[in-house]
Design a protein around this ligand. Structure first.
Ligand code: SAH
Length: 239
């Protein structure tokens, strides 16, 4: 595990106290990189207060406008949510997540994405993630406080960090922004051959996203598929 390559992304946090408590949870467990997507109030005294001695994490936090920018250079993106979705995403618990993250973190950036206090992660945000981490909780009261959820996941990363997981063969994975470009081309080609009809979407695009995220494309596999798309666009006649 290389905790330095693991970034925590908080989306549109309403309560600055939660940002501070997140910084503290991260520093306790040895993580450093915090990215805030459109925080409602930041910087803020409540954030500094709750951070305690982790104010260096707040000082270095990056503020960005959208999730896409926050995860652009990441090769593994994990979303967190208490809720199962109507289109279920590949899911795991925090311990399994730590085992998946560990080998990747040695060679690439990894993002852990957390949602809003009231409304959590939107489906479109979960759909850019390779995995959906669900912290197992009481089904009648399943949602943790935001910073508590960050704490649980960072704790599992630390626990996994303490046992050595052998390094896996090194792959060059496609990054999140490369995958974004890939999905745009996929949509273009599926529309062109009229397999995808924007007026009747039937969740085709998120299903495709789920398939390719589950497969996790290597850079050269993605290039190969993009080459195939380009050829289809050039050679198919409109029908
Ligand atoms: N009412 C929101 C809950 C938001 S809690 C909802 O329905 O989704 C704030 C954030 O904490 C969530 O977006 C998620 O990132 C994290 N979180 C809270 N409970 C969690 C759980 N049981 N498993 C995984 N993440 C959780």
């Amino acid at each position: 595990m290389n905790l330095e390559n693991i970034r925590v992304v908080l989306i549109e946090t309403s309560h600055p106290g939660n940002i501070g408590a997140t910084a503290r949870a991260m520093k306790n467990m040895g993580l450093k990189e915090l990215v805030l997507v459109n925080p409602k109030y930041f910087p803020h005294d409540n954030a500094t207060e709750r951070a305690g001695g982790a104010d260096d994490i707040l000082a270095n936090a990056l503020i960005v406008d959208d999730l896409k920018t926050a995860i652009a250079d990441c090769e593994l993106v994990m979303g967190t949510s208490a809720r199962e979705r109507s289109l279920p995403w590949p899911s795991c618990d925090p311990r399994q997540a730590a085992e998946k993250i560990s080998p990747v973190s040695h060679q690439a950036n990894v993002a852990l994405v957390f949602g809003r206090e009231r409304t959590g992660l939107f489906n479109e945000e979960l759909h850019v993630c390779h995995w959906h981490i669900i912290i197992p909780t009481n089904s009648e009261y399943s949602s943790l406080n935001l910073a508590a959820a960050v704490q649980v996941i960072c704790y599992e990363l630390r626990m996994t960090d303490m046992i050595t997981i052998p390094l896996q063969e090194q792959f060059e994975w496609a990054t999140a922004d490369e995958m974004q470009a890939f999905y745009c081309e996929l949509e273009k080609v599926l529309t062109h051959i009229k397999f995808y009809k924007p007026e009747l979407p039937r969740q085709l695009l998120p299903r495709m996203q789920r398939l390719f995220n589950r497969a996790r494309l290597e850079k050269n596999e993605m290039t190969l598929l993009r080459g195939i798309f380009a050829k289809i666009l050039r050679t198919t006649v409109n029908y």
